[in-house]
Write a protein that binds this ligand. Structure first.
Ligand code: DGL
Length: 263
């Protein structure tokens, strides 16, 4: 591996971003770190998340000499992105933020829903997004920790799962939303359950592809794109159950065989 990109999340969520990085930057080598010993991040304090995230970033830098870190987790970005940039001033970071801006731009009803974790809603980043982009829009935030665990458990999803999603989203529908922002990287893996629950008139806004484009832009500007013409390699790591994580990656990314490395 020549200098890889580091990507991390509390668990499988960041794979939704990794999938887009693979599409857009197929020649890059990547190290994906799932901090599953500590999932969910969203129910922890911002300070606890910051400490966990700092350890992950140090590990990626020390062990893999990554050229960039993609914080593929809204919670970690809300809790720690500023702090990481200050602590590691020479490192390039790309983070996540709920896509309030496009949702506020396209809404016809003037009501948008945002699904994220409690911690994400507590961070300053969310308040500043509302301030900057949603002055004339009614934003309905919904913290849904159950969805994180549902995505971690994985399919096949049952009627009970569908009912749970439907019940939790009912207040947003009642409020008249027509845009629903996925503000947690776990949720793209629940898109079919969510779309089924909200119906075809609500647009689901998933920022993963835009984040992959940002990764490309930052690497391009720094002349750090991998010049190789062969497919890059991705190494998968988990601080939790490695075998289980290997199965999750195989299912979610449609990869046949893979090994999850130890930390
Ligand atoms: N995937 C994460 C996010 O984007 C966090 C889920 C969790 O660990 O609570 O917010």
């Amino acid at each position: 591996m020549i200098q890889p990109i580091g990507v991390f999340d509390s668990g499988i969520g960041g794979l939704s971003v990794l999938r887009e990085i693979h599409r857009l930057l197929p020649h890059e080598d990547v190290v994906y770190y799932a901090d599953q010993a500590n999932v969910p991040y969203g129910e922890k304090t911002l300070m606890q998340v910051r400490q966990l995230v700092e350890q992950v970033v140090r590990y990626l830098l020390d062990q893999y000499k990554v050229k960039m870190v993609v914080v593929a987790c809204n919670t970690a970005s809300a809790a720690a992105l500023h702090y990481l940039r200050e602590t590691f001033p020479d490192m390039a970071f790309v983070g996540m933020e709920p896509a309030i801006k496009p949702a506020a731009q396209y809404t016809q009803t003037g009501h948008i829903g945002v699904l994220a974790t409690r911690a994400t809603f507590q961070g300053e980043l969310f308040a500043s997004l509302l301030d900057r982009f949603a002055k004339d829009t009614e934003v309905h935030p919904l913290a849904c920790p159950d969805f994180v665990m549902l995505a971690e458990r994985g399919g096949p999803y049952t009627q009970d799962d569908q009912r749970l999603v439907h019940n939790q989203l009912a207040p947003l529908l009642a409020a008249g939303i027509d845009q629903l922002v996925l503000g947690c990287t776990h949720f793209p893996f629940l898109t079919s359950l969510i779309q089924e629950a909200v119906g075809p008139d609500v647009t689901i806004v998933d920022p993963s592809e835009a984040v992959a484009r940002q990764v490309w832009r930052v690497l391009e500007a720094a002349h750090q794109l991998n010049p190789s013409t062969v497919k890059g390699q991705t190494r998968y790591l988990s601080s939790g159950d490695r075998q289980h994580f290997a199965q999750q990656v195989q299912t979610l990314l449609g990869i046949e065989q893979l090994q999850v490395g130890s930390l």
